[in-house]
Design a protein around this ligand. Sequence first.
Ligand code: LFR
Length: 492
Amino acid sequence: NKTCHFFAFDLGATSGRSCIAKMENDSIELRELTRFPNKIIRINDKYHWNIYDLFEELKRGLKTAAAEGLTIDAIGIDTWGVDFVYLGKDGSLLSQPRAYRDPYTNGMPEEFFKSVPKKEVYDATGIQIMNFNSLYQLYAAKKEKSSALEAASDILFMPDALSYLLTGRKVCEYTIASTSQLLNPRTKNFEAKLFDAIPLSPSLMQPIVMPGEIIGYVNENIQKECGIGRVPVIAVAGHDTGSAVVAVPTVDENFAYLSSGTWSLMGIEVNDPIITEESYALNFTNEGGVNGTTRFLKNITGMWLIEQCRKEWEAAGNKLPYSEIDKLSESAEGFRFMIDPDHASFANPDSMLKAIREYCVNTGQAAPVTHADFIRCIFDSLALKYRKVLESLQSLAPFPIQRLHVIGGGANNKLLNQSTANAIGMPVVSGPSEATAIGNIMMQAKGVGAVSSLGDIRRVVRNSVSPETFQPQDTDQWNKAYTRFREIITYK
Ligand code: LFR
């Protein structure tokens, strides 16, 4: 039971952080070391991430830990899914990674299905069809005759790319690879026919490693530059959602989770993928989890809606902190405006405010005007959409769902938690809000042998966090609103 310090680098699509956790006596104490924005950089009609900046931030986090005199026992990296970099023959990065919001994949799935029918792609991968999946990004890059792709000798997903820059080891972590829609969850390996149809050689991909395995050790340059020792870099659940779900503070299996950040990922944890006619029709996904689990879930557009409105308000000289947003949402009257958070017009609009206004007007509602109008519209609509997806989820789940665990940054929003409980008519248990970092830390703990089973891991999580429960209220009013919501979202 020795004391360990684990370093988590956790990247979301809008912000990132480095954290240190002290683990002793079967509990962890997590502390944020650094936090920074992660911005999509737009270069004319192309959208990229700045991996060089992200790598600098990774080193800044390590230096901060070293400056505190901490001995780091392991490092783990998790990021959003699907995006990747190309490496050249000499091992250097060939370009900035493309960002998944780049519209270069619009229409690509449909074209790809001319070679491999949609149903076949789904049956082989169990992954929901979303145009930004790595499969369609690679297909689009190929059509664009991307010179980086043409020259590439390796492809690395985001967390693997950062681990590579630390260690020089090229691996493909299983959970992040599953988001690509190139992997078969039964064989746990890449699916050759999908590569053939792009066409692309599967030899561009790296050997698959499972969460909890050691990728390698930080190289000497990094050791010197950051003032740290020869620390192991452990493959955690490299996919942020995978890391988040590790940290659900549950005792049993009868729960659904909502990992709430830029996206709202709603699903259940299962032992075997659910790939059926129904799951296909409802476009549910089977992402690879830790310890042999599968995350059966659906993407719902989450805080992206608020984040984009906030960006516009800030550009207009009115920067709203999240505390202010929560207050404003409570001040507004409910159910006056409703949108389908997943309508295509919200994917990457030039103006989110305009897109929301237009949706409302086109569906016969009044147009939101004030900040509070927009914020309330988003939160009401999210809660109602959660109900819709939870109903589908229950129809597919092999067990009765008894409560919803909300984890991630969005779990801090009390009004949304209460609204969600009201909408779904089930208790909502909120927290931890730092679920991705905690899950990342716990898989490092597994890597060094401090814990092993998922039950063990979650016992440590429960010892370390204090979730809050919200009971459903005002169910009649929410039922009425849900009936209206279902009509409104038929708008295509
Ligand atoms: C959440 C997330 C989702 C994935 C989306 C795009 O941060 O990782 O799970 O579908 O981002 O990669």
